[in-house]
Design a protein around this ligand. Sequence first.
Ligand code: GLN
Length: 498
Amino acid sequence: MSEISQPSKAKFSHPKGLYVLFAAEMWERFSYYGMRAILILFMTTEVVREGLGLSTETAGAVYGLYTACVYLMTLPGGWLADNVFGQRKAIFYGGVLIMIGHLVLAIPGSPAIFFVGLGFVALGTGLLKGNISTLVGELYANEDGAKRDAGFSIFYMGINLGSFFGQIFVPLLAEYNWHLGFGLAALGMLLGLIVYKVYSPKHLKDIGIEPKVKYQESTGKSNKWVSMAILAGVVMLLGILQAVGAIDVTTATGIAKALGIIIVLITMGYFLNILFNGGLNVIEKKKVAIIFILFVGIAIFWSGFEQAASSLNLFARDFTDRFIGGWEMPAGMLQSFNSAFIIIFAPIVGALWVKLAARNINVRTPFKFAIGLILLGLGFLVMVGAAQIAANGAKAGMFALILTYFLHSIGELTISPVGLSATSKLSPSKYLGQMMGIWFVGAALGNLIAGLVGGNFDPENVLEMPNIFMNVVWVSVGAGIIFFAASPFIKKWMGDVT
Ligand code: GLN
């Protein structure tokens, strides 16, 4: 693509606004991933050692609820930007809320205060995260696809650069005092806000200033009665599950399970509504059905991948030998390998697809989903081995987690950017915003499950551990094989989208 056309300076120079958004998002991710790296460790540490002293089960559920809400909030966040604030203000307000959230976390206090802090971060991220990506897209509104893709790749580097340093410095400080770690996350967000406030008027000019639609009616004939019926059905089902004791919504785990059920049912209802009432032709309907299949795939992927900060983080703390010479690496820091691998391998994996395409080997989306899911499973297979070492009473080497993160990172590169771009291309244009939202709902569901699975991780019951990881292997490899087997059919329904 880009190498065929004539290279010119304009072709390779990106709008300066990209670097403003790059820096803002870098610091936001510094704070998000930095804090997340110590979150479950802080929650499960005994009160005498200044943690919250929660059980692994409760902490896992809180982790799942928090990270799910972060991604779910991008839906109202996007709506508020489109209808009320415009992206520019939404991002700024989001950053301020995030900073306040981390500052609240930096105050030592009761779990209640702590949950308020988490709430602020989730609300703020909802306003910031999706809208900042939207602005990146708008910088390239009049550019060709290749340059736009390159812009997004640079932006993704910013995300991972921020995550990398956040996952190094926040856990390092947290070794001395948890709240110093949270405070550093607040400082990171403050730096992001300053860069954004100072440089955006000049470099972003007027993009994202005005809300795009003023309280626009939702597109399509989404039937209000259908939505009400779905909601009533969900409430009834939850009531029944509560009554028969299948869930207990007075506990964090119960609330997390209830949220999972709500997300699954509402998403299914949403898709059915669009398919039957959305005014789509047959080809469009087939493409929307494929978006649903990709949604399931990405949710399964994140449900394993996002255990990096739940079960894998606990494994790093309790069962991994983290000594390098006489220095013991803080457990949370191991997650920075994911970001480092992404920074190193993103250009390589990107170039590989281009090279293969030049040889007429077009690796299509469902096949890439299969590869990503299988790599995820292989990563957990490594963890089964490591857990067996722990079950035998020894500590696993750091190499196990690093290899797992390597496999997961290559999986992330195979599935995440590809799925996002396929979703945007498959979506009927009037539903584009909503389908992008669905993508974040997939991340929310995955994160929620990652928390719940992490909650099963019981440091007291080491013998169970290989089984927990093995179950993830079965699910992800199984899903990968299904994608592989279904790929001829998926390809057909995708039509002209690759
Ligand atoms: N690591 C990426 C980010 O923070 C993707 C995360 C996700 O979509 N779950 O943007």
